[in-house]
Each structure stands twice: as C-alpha cells, then as structure tokens.
Design a binder for this molecule. Structure first.
Ligand code: AMP
Ligand code: ZN
Length: 452
C-alpha cells in the first residue's frame, strides 16, 4: 500500500511498525456544537483508510480523541448557562449519531481529554525537567528554540511560524514562538490543581498525552485536516519528541484537503457551513459519504446541493443494478476485484474506485450473474457502500410523499387497466405516480417502483 506522507511530501510504501497491530491516531472534535460537513470529511476519509487497513492487517488500533476542555466550550457554557458537562455529553452523542449515519465505524478507542489530565501533567513535568518547557505566572510554555529541528512538518521559516501561530505576545514568554502547555484558570473557569497552580491544558498537549497513553511513543499514522499541520501537529511533534528522547511521534502524517463552499473553506467562523444533522434531513448519510469521497482526499472538494443530488443518483443507479438481480445470491468469498484494491492501495484513490464500481454496475446490468454481483457488492461494502437493502433504499422514506399503500393500490389499478387494454388509464396512473415522485419500472413479471 502507498500513502502520501506530509512529513516527506512524497508517496511512500506503507510498512507497519508492527504488522500484527497497525496503530493510528486522528484528531477528533472539540465538542461544543453540531459537526459541519467540513468536520465530517476527515472522519469519512480516515474511516475509509481504517477499513482498507483492516482488510490488510489482522488488527488495527484506531484512536480518535474527544476534546472536552476548551475555551470555546467554556464560552458556550457562559453564554447559554448550560453546564459544561451537559454541553460536552450532548454534543458527543450528536457527533456519534451523525458519524454513524455517514457509515463511519467507531474508533477502537475514543479518549476524552478531561480523563487524561494526569497524563498531560506527567508529560509537562518531563518537558520542564529536560529543559524544553518553563513555568511562569501560572503558565507552562514550550520553549521553541530548545528544539533545533522544530518546524519539520510544516517547513515554515521562523517568521512564518510566529505569524502563523498567532500566539499571544505575552511579556512572560522567553521567545515569541513559545506555545502554551498549561494555563491558569480563574475560579469560575474549568480547572485542575497542578504544581503550577489551578489551570487547564493547552490543546496540543492533549493529543500528545492521549496518543502516548493509547498507542505508545511512536505509532504508524497520524491524521487530521490540512489546517492542523500548523500549529497543532507541529506542536504535538515538538512535545512528544522532546519528552520521549527524540522518538518520532508518527511515521506517517496524513492530511485531508478542505471541504469548500464556492471555493471558501467551510468553517464555523465564516458562517458558510451546513451541519451534518441538517443535511441528513434532506439526504441519506450514504449519499453524503459518497459526496465526501468523490474527490481525492488530498484535493479540495467543493460542496453543493447539486453534488449531493448527483451522489444520491449514483447510489440509486448502483442499488437499482442490485435490485434488478435481487434473486441472485451474493457470495462473500468472491474476492474484491484486484483493480479496485490497487486504486484504493494507491493513496486511497476513491474517484478511481468509484469509476470501477460504475463499470461493475453496468456489467451487472448486462450480465446478471452471482460472480459479478458479489464482486460489485464486496468491493462497495469494503469502503462502506451498498450496505443497505436495495428495495429499502429505492423505496426510501415516505415522509412528505405518497405512502406505500397508495402506491401499491395505484400499481394494482394500472395492472388491471392494462389487462383490460385501457392503456390511456394505465398511462394516466403512471403519470399520477410520477407527479407524486414515484418512478415505475416494468419488468417481465412485475412492476418495480422507487422514489425520485
Ligand atoms: P475542528 O473542530 O475545527 O478542530 O475540526 C475538526 C476536524 O475537522 C479537524 O481535523 C479539521 O482539520 C477538520 N476540518 C475543519 N474544517 C474543515 C473543512 N472545511 N474541510 C476539511 N476538514 C475540515
Ligand atoms: Zn490533535
């Protein structure tokens, strides 16, 4: 398998550190609000990687954290009066439900930052002891000049580092690029006792501590969105390497490109976002998943309702091909076609994989046999598609449109009209159904239907 490594800026052969247990860490959500579709892109991308890795190796340990202590969460609690615990529990539940609707498998371990404060404090103490961090005025800061090779991931110059980090220029800092490991909390703010006073962790130290606790000092793959390369991942590397005798944090760093709207990054601050929750009320999760994987994961992906409609139509076509051969059984032992595996192993080339699924669907429409159907289903299932019942998919939910009893009654009436050679009436009924959003497909012995 070949994967692009942000650290080396090249595609590399993937060789796990331990072939019996591939270990990967992906930065998870800060839980204070519903996830938007941009936040869902890394989830779906790394879920796809997880599925492919699981098909190659006996065990994959996938860790994705929950950031449940953060200034944005505290601000929300202050603004709404809702207790922090209630915000984070409620939002975590919504996140789980939304990501499950996108057919993303849950990670093996989902550590919460607030359950790892002692681990963070241990790491901070070690960094101070080794001369990489210092405590001052209730803060602990990482001293950037103490690490000669700081900046290897983002490859930024020192000036760019300082400007890009947008860190506070505080008088107590030894260097403008120094970043926070621990900061003081006011009495009415969330905080934990520590040798530096009551306070809370900085964001970067959370991931270094949780990754170490659940995956060890060095693991295989670390992932997240492009915006995390700097400063978040750069700082994770600095903290972990300096605390762990320069052991690399991850061998391979992977970053998904941005989901955009009219070419602007979808983000909360720009206000140009759709929540996954809202989109799920207009389209099935599987269509959103397909839309999120239509571009290669490293490329930007512009989202529109039209793109979502196309994704839904593609799935209608694929499920339609399956329904046409509903009496043919699927053999789970028929291997996934080699060309499909090859493109997925080539740095997760999902656009190519979908082209192959298209070909398989057309082949199935022409040659309805068990081998073709099985190859098609097994390939699609591998990356989280076509896992539903075809009939159920095509008939969809009746919310707001014609109910099933009425549809079946009209189909029966049309059949009678045809038998009586009253073709005008049969056509009128077909039109009535079409106006109600129902498409008919006449087969040799029956009439199939689906919602538009
Ligand atoms: P955040 O909650 O902002 O830390 O984001 C959670 C994850 O979503 C991170 O991996 C981000 O890189 C990623 N992310 C946020 N916005 C976008 C976007 N518009 N496109 C792709 N990934 C994004
Ligand atoms: Zn992280």
């Amino acid at each position: 398998m070949q994967l692009y490594n942000t650290l080396t800026r090249a595609k590399e052969n993937f060789t796990p550190l331990d072939a019996k247990n591939v270990r990967m860490y992906v930065c998870g959500p800060t839980v204070y609000d519903f996830a938007h579709l941009g936040n869902a892109r890394p989830v779906v991308v790394f879920d796809t990687l997880y599925r492919i890795l699981k098909s190659h190796y006996p065990k994959v340990t996938y860790v994705r954290n929950i950031t449940d202590v953060d200034d944005k969460i505290m601000a929300k609690a202050k603004e709404t009066g809702e207790p922090i615990d209630s915000i984070t529990t409620r939002t975590t539940k919504a996140y789980h439900d939304d990501m499950a609707a996108l057919l993303a498998l849950p990670p093996d371990i989902e550590p919460r930052a607030t359950a790892h404060i002692p681990h963070m404090l241990t790491l901070i103490a070690r960094l101070i002891e080794k001369g990489h961090a210092y405590a001052v005025e209730g803060h602990v800061l990482f001293n950037v000049p103490s690490m000669p090779n700081y900046g290897e991931l983002s490859r930024r110059s020192r000036d760019e580092l300082i400007a890009g980090a947008r860190v506070e220029v505080a008088p107590y800092k030894k260097d403008a690029a120094d970043f926070v490991l621990w900061k003081p909390s006011a009495p009415d703010q969330a905080g934990w006792d520590s040798p530096y006073g009551r306070g809370r962790p900085g964001w970067h130290i959370e991931c270094s501590a949780m990754a170490k606790e659940h995956l060890g000092e060095t693991f295989d793959i670390h992932g997240g969105g492009l915006d995390l390369i700097f400063p978040h991942h750069e700082n994770e590397i600095a903290q972990s390497r300096c605390a762990h005798n320069d052991a690399p944090l991850a061998k391979l760093w992977m970053h998904n490109g941005f989901l955009t709207i009219h070419n602007d990054k979808m983000s909360k601050s720009l206000g140009n976002f759709f929540t996954v929750r809202d989109l799920l009320s207009i389209a099935p999760g599987e269509a959103l998943r397909l839309a999120l994987l239509t571009a290669h994961y490293r490329q930007p992906l512009d989202f529109s309702e039209d793109a979502l409609r196309k994704a839904k139509q593609t799935l209608d076509g694929w499920y339609g091909a399956l329904r046409n051969v509903k009496d043919i059984s699927v053999d789970k032992t028929i291997p996934v076609p080699a060309n499909f595996l090859a493109v997925m192993d080539d740095d997760l080339n999902t656009p190519q994989a979908f082209a192959i699924l298209h070909d398989l669907a057309s082949q199935l429409n022409k040659t309805p046999d068990s081998k073709t159907k099985s190859a098609f289903m097994n390939a699609a299932n591998l990356i989280g598609f076509l896992t539903q019942d075809a009939e159920g998919w095509l008939r969809g939910s009746s919310a707001g449109s014609m109910d099933e009893a009425k549809i079946l009654a009209l189909i029966a009436a049309r059949k009678e009209a045809k038998a009586a050679k009253n073709f005008a009436e049969a056509d009128r009924i077909r039109k009535e159904l079409l106006d109600g959003g129902i498409i008919l497909e006449d087969k040799a012995h029956e009439t199939l239907w689906r919602r538009t």
